[in-house]
Write a protein that binds this ligand. Structure first.
Ligand SMILES: Cc1cc2nc3c(=O)[nH]c(=O)nc-3n(C[C@H](O)[C@H](O)[C@H](O)COP(=O)(O)OP(=O)(O)OC[C@H]3O[C@@H](n4cnc5c(N)ncnc54)[C@H](O)[C@@H]3O)c2cc1C
Ligand SMILES: NC(=O)c1ccc[n+]([C@@H]2O[C@H](COP(=O)([O-])OP(=O)(O)OC[C@H]3O[C@@H](n4cnc5c(N)ncnc54)[C@H](OP(=O)(O)O)[C@@H]3O)[C@@H](O)[C@H]2O)c1
Length: 529
């Protein structure tokens, strides 16, 4: 069975070592999937995935690199390479089963991959067009069987959410922090949901009500007009814009509509180009749907047509930061509120600002539990655990510590946490210090990156403690990483590789094999986004 990136693959030895680590991590994921029979992947998919090399299945690789790695593979795998590679389940599938469902025609919505965003949707559209245009190969395999979305139990998937309430949302950072992170408590009483540490909570957000009113005003609509959604449901325009439509990314259909409606020749040709390229219109100052209406002021479509031209709202996932043994009727979340400025305008993340700002305590929210695909505490309560979770990556580890304490697990626990500044960004400081005082947390290493001139990150702390990290791993420790996929997870993997070489006396290839083996045994697990 070919498991790792082959020596012949076009990478330097460092790149190969790093990629191999990721393949190793993902194999851990496949192993857990196979073991649990979890979340939507048909058995054939799991077996096939375990037997194939999928070198693009790595969330740290850029889209172009992933497409290059998949370039000679069948359409289904090229489409898989276009996905976000998190296997997060947010779309209702895994990366591979989503692509299989599209290829088989069972799924027609190309915009469901939230981590991949606009770039993924655009690439899928391009691949689908290429596939439709290509003549059938002389020995083409028979048409792909339909891959239907798995039926999910109520409360355990995006299409079967249940009603919960916001209990509270409080700041986890102090005045002066550069980023806002909040502790959010969702009340589950009556929802009948059960979750385990490592699971995420899916939330169906609602758009910023001020933005909805602004769009209605620009289009001179009352909001009470009946509009028809893609699935045939008829709702009011205000409700459609609030909960059914994506107001972040202007879809090609919106540009087409505005081009048809525009009274201005120059605008019509710019819009036609935008619709054709399906490209972000950043150069024009168009970042979201509101920008598109402001920029093309001669186009004022009817509200029903406008709603029909928008993409669909997608749910957002948040790692659960509590154990149900401690908080039976609640799920705690650690939400980083996304805010940024561009084009002289302030933008907010849809999901994070909904939870942090627009949702009021006591108000209902549509949620579901997204079962983890292989991010689970060891079954053996005596096994030592090392957790690496900078920023919001701390979330599942608060759940792990609560769970291990409540279950009376006697294995040692070691946390690496990092954030910008100790004074303002030490998330869950009281909780963590209490865990340390009660000896639930045996060791805590902190990396506050901006408290000194040089950046200090969690992987630097791991390297400083390399001898001890190795001793823990050697004595059977399980290692978990949560948080940023794009930079941190790869750097932590490289640090582990270095530790295996320096402390384990291994050469680069043996260190890579060691990490692969660790992942295969379920002792190196990642939940990155
Ligand atoms: C398994 C999993 C677990 C997760 N757990 C957590 C968690 O515990 N805590 C947490 O906070 N998040 C977590 N996330 C991320 C979370 O799901 C959301 O993606 C996050 O809250 C952002 O969503 P949003 O709706 O606020 O932003 P969106 O409205 O989705 O906006 C995000 C988009 O904004 C754009 N953007 C962002 N920054 C900029 C910028 N500076 N300039 C230009 N454009 C920009 C990008 O296109 C980006 O894709 C998790 C994700 C997954 C998959
Ligand atoms: N997919 C999404 O939509 C989404 C939404 C929210 C967050 N995220 C991801 O989740 C991550 C978590 O966000 P967060 O705001 O809580 O924290 P974060 O940005 O990951 O920052 C936490 C700490 O990690 C440090 N850091 C930066 N680069 C690092 C690296 N290469 N290795 C190790 N540590 C590094 C930061 O330092 P400095 O900042 O000082 O460099 C900071 O001290 C974000 O980075 C983001 O990529 C994704």
């Amino acid at each position: 069975m070919q498991l790792l990136v082959p020596e012949s693959a076009p990478f330097t030895s460092e790149q190969r070592a790093w990629l191999n680590g990721f393949v190793a991590g993902l194999l851990g994921m496949e192993r857990a999937l196979a073991a649990s029979g979890a979340a939507g992947a048909p058995a054939a998919e799991k077996t096939a995935a375990a037997e194939e090399t999928l070198p693009w299945h790595d969330p740290t690789l850029a889209l172009e690199e992933r497409m290059r790695l998949a370039q000679d593979r069948p359409i289904e795998l090229r489409m898989m390479a276009a996905m976000g590679q998190l296997d997060c389940g947010q779309c209702g599938y895994l990366c591979r089963s989503y692509s299989a469902a599209i290829v088989s025609g069972a799924e027609t919505d190309l915009g469901k991959c939230v981590p991949g965003g606009r770039a993924t949707a655009k690439k899928l559209k391009e691949l689908l067009a290429q596939a439709a245009a290509a003549p059938p190969a002389p020995h083409a395999s028979p048409a792909a069987p339909r891959v239907e979305r798995p039926v999910v139990e109520r409360g355990y998937g995006r299409d079967a959410p249940v009603r919960a309430q916001l209990v509270s949302s409080t700041a986890l950072v102090s005045a002066g922090a550069e980023k806002e992170t909040r502790h959010v408590v969702i009340g589950l009483a009556g929802a009948g949901l059960a979750y385990e540490p490592g699971d995420s909570l899916g939330i169906w957000p609602r758009n910023n009500p001020d933005e909805v009113e602004l769009l209605l005003a620009i289009l001179k609509a009352k909001g009470s007009e009946a509009v028809t959604l893609a699935d045939g449901a008829v709702v009011s325009a205000r409700e459609a814009l609030s909960s059914e439509c994506d107001l972040r990314v202007p879809a090609a259909a919106l540009y087409q509509l505005l081009a048809r409606e525009s009274k201005n020749e120059a605008d019509r040709s710019r819009l036609a180009k935008l619709a054709e390229d399906d490209a972000p219109a950043e150069g024009l100052g168009v970042h979201d749907v509101l920008d598109a209406l402001v920029e093309f002021s001669s186009a004022r479509p009817r509200i029903g047509d406008f709603v029909a031209s928008l993409g669909r709202m997608q749910p957002r996932l948040y790692s659960i930061a509590s154990s149900q043994r401690r908080h039976q009727d609640e799920a705690h979340l650690t939400v980083g509120v996304l805010r940024y400025e561009m084009n002289d305008r302030a933008y907010q993340g849809t999901g994070s600002s909904f939870i942090a700002e627009h949702l009021r305590p006591g108000r209902p929210v549509s949620v579901f539990v997204q079962r983890s695909h292989g991010f689970r505490l060891p079954a053996d309560p005596a096994a030592p655990v090392i957790m690496v979770g900078p920023g919001t990556g701390i979330a599942p580890f608060r759940a792990f510590l609560q769970e291990r304490e409540a279950a009376g697990a006697n294995g040692r626990n070691w946390l690496f946490f990092g954030n910008q500044r100790r004074d303002t960004d030490f998330l869950y400081r009281t909780d963590l210090e209490d865990f340390a005082e009660r000896r639930v947390l045996d060791r805590m290493d902190l990396a506050f990156s901006r408290d000194q001139t040089n950046k200090v990150y969690v992987q630097h702390k791991m390297l400083e403690a390399a001898e001890e990290v190795w001793r823990w791993l050697d004595s059977g420790a399980y290692l978990y990483v949560c948080g940023d996929a794009k930079r941190m997870a790869g750097d932590v993997n490289a640090a582990l590789h270095q530790i295996a070489m320096a402390q384990g006396g291994k050469d680069s290839a043996a260190a890579t094999r060691y990490l692969a083996e660790l992942a295969r045994a379920g002792r190196y697990q990642r939940d990155v986004y």
